[in-house]
Design a protein around this ligand. Structure first.
Ligand code: 9MR
Length: 446
């Protein structure tokens, strides 16, 4: 027999032997000998799994195979799950729910893949790691509606969140629908729920150009009377909830897109260019214990808008009228960049103010190129969520405040209606199970 046929013969035997071992489904390591012109190269494929002592959802896997130099290998942390390249050193993975998981290491050997699987049993502190427990030193908030505080909404809220923001029912056009009469029905329901469940409540928002009651826009009284209306409104609302609502967005989104000037809202027209300062003064006086925020969007990547915001903030800070900055995180899976998000954190921290990552949602379909949430986009969303959480986590403790998600389930998000195209920007599926993006937050918090 020629030497080449001998090698082929050996290979066939080894392949059969290997197939037999695989079909046994054994959890032990696999030893294979590859024969080539250079001679015999023994391969042993095996790995260790360690469950983290500090996070029972986290494992670390270490490839202890021998004879695989130069061969590609990859991990799968669930059966038929996504392939993760096996880089240098141990690889970590965080599960989001308790369960038995098949972990597989596959080595791409010349005669075919060699795979070894082991089962790891994950017993988490809870059925699913709660966001509020993973976040250390700050609250995790959820935007809520008064009719979404029961059933599964309630279950998720109490398990995962320690802060609430009303998505719309604490805005002026809701509370002050009719001249001369304030309606606190919905806002009371939200505040009472938060208090009963020991949650922080972030008040959103007292003065916003997009939530002006129709009658106020048409108000026929004098400017002085208008100003008194605004002052009385801020005072009454804040005093009603003093000791219950810990923080407020006093003025929301005052900067005009494009020009970065102050929007010419009815507040500016009636109360003057210093209307912002006036509103923060009313707020400070109404509840001196409330933490006061300025909140706006696109202040990460739009450096002009960011500068305009910090100019407003600096002026308020010089008068001791502001305590924190809310950067609305209406972002996409691929934008803005990490450094752009970091820039608004740096500006806030350098001013000694609290940072609120407000209104987080992560669009996965900004270019309208998918018709359902693909695995790939879900993973991209998870990675962006992890990045946002990591950036937040790294903020000095004294500047940390809260990270707030702008809605629970994808079907409840404002995004599809606003953009006129499908999207899946939130953190829970329609059956209330956490999405990969939720895992991303947990990963970033730890
Ligand atoms: O998501 C909110 C939506 O349900 C409301 O109809 C809308 C008007 O009250 O406000 C949306 O939330 C906005 C937030 O209050 C301020 N930043 C932009 C948010 C999305 O429009």
């Amino acid at each position: 027999m020629k030497i080449k046929s001998l090698i082929k013969y050996f290979r066939l035997i080894l392949l059969l032997l290997f197939s037999f071992m695989l079909s046994c489904g054994g959890d032990d390591d696999i030893n294979v000998v590859i024969v080539d012109d250079e001679g015999e190269i023994p391969i042993s494929v095996d790995f260790d799994i360690t469950v983290s002592e500090t996070n029972t959802f986290e494992i670390s896997v270490n490839n202890t195979s021998t004879g695989i130099t130069g061969l590609n290998s990859y991990w799968q942390f669930t059966e038929n799950g996504e392939s993760v390249p096996d880089g240098a050193g141990p690889e970590r993975h965080v599960y989001s729910v308790s369960g038995d998981y098949l972990v597989t290491l596959t080595v791409e050997a010349p005669d075919g893949d060699i795979a070894v699987s082991k089962t790891v049993i994950i017993v988490g502190d809870d059925d699913s790691p709660a966001l509020k427990n993973a976040a250390k030193g700050f609250s995790v908030g959820m935007a809520v509606r008064s009719d979404r505080l029961t059933g599964s909404h309630n279950a998720v809220l109490v398990r995962e969140f320690n802060s609430l923001t009303a998505e719309f029912e604490m805005k002026m056009d809701q509370i002050y629908k009719t001249e001369g009469s304030l309606d606190f029905t919905a806002s009371d329901a939200i505040v009472d729920y938060g208090v009963a469940n020991n949650m922080d409540i972030h008040g959103h928002t007292l003065v916003w150009h997009n939530s002006i009651p129709v009658w106020m826009n048409n108000f026929s009284g004098t400017d002085e009377e208008f100003e008194t209306l605004v002052k009385d409104y801020i005072t009454t609302v804040m005093q009603r909830y003093a000791g219950k609502v810990r923080s407020w967005d006093v003025v929301n989104e005052a900067i005009e897109d494009g020009t970065n000037n102050l929007r010419n809202s009815i507040f500016r027209i009636r109360m003057g260019a210093n209307y912002i300062e006036k509103c923060y003064q009313y707020a400070r006086d109404a509840d001196p214990n409330a933490i006061l925020f300025y909140n706006d969007y696109n202040v990460t990547f739009d450096s002009g808008k960011q500068a305009a915001m910090f100019a407003i903030v600096d002026d308020l800070k010089s008068k001791n009228l502001i305590d924190g900055v809310g950067a609305q995180m209406h972002i996409s899976y691929n934008f803005p960049r990490r450094a752009q998000i970091q820039s608004v954190v740096d500006g806030t921290v350098s001013r000694g103010l609290k940072m609120h990552f407000a209104e987080l949602d992560i669009r996965v379909n900004p270019n309208n190129d998918i018709t359902s949430l693909t695995e790939q986009r879900a993973i991209a969303q998870q990675n962006k969520a992890k990045e946002v959480a990591e950036i937040y986590n790294a903020i000095p403790d004294e500047n940390k405040f809260a990270l707030t998600l702008w809605g629970m389930r994808d079907s409840e998000s404002w995004l599809p209606a606003f953009w006129g195209q499908p999207d899946w920007g939130l953190f829970y599926n329609d059956d209330f199970t956490p999405k990969k993006a939720h895992t991303g937050l947990i990963e970033g918090f730890r």
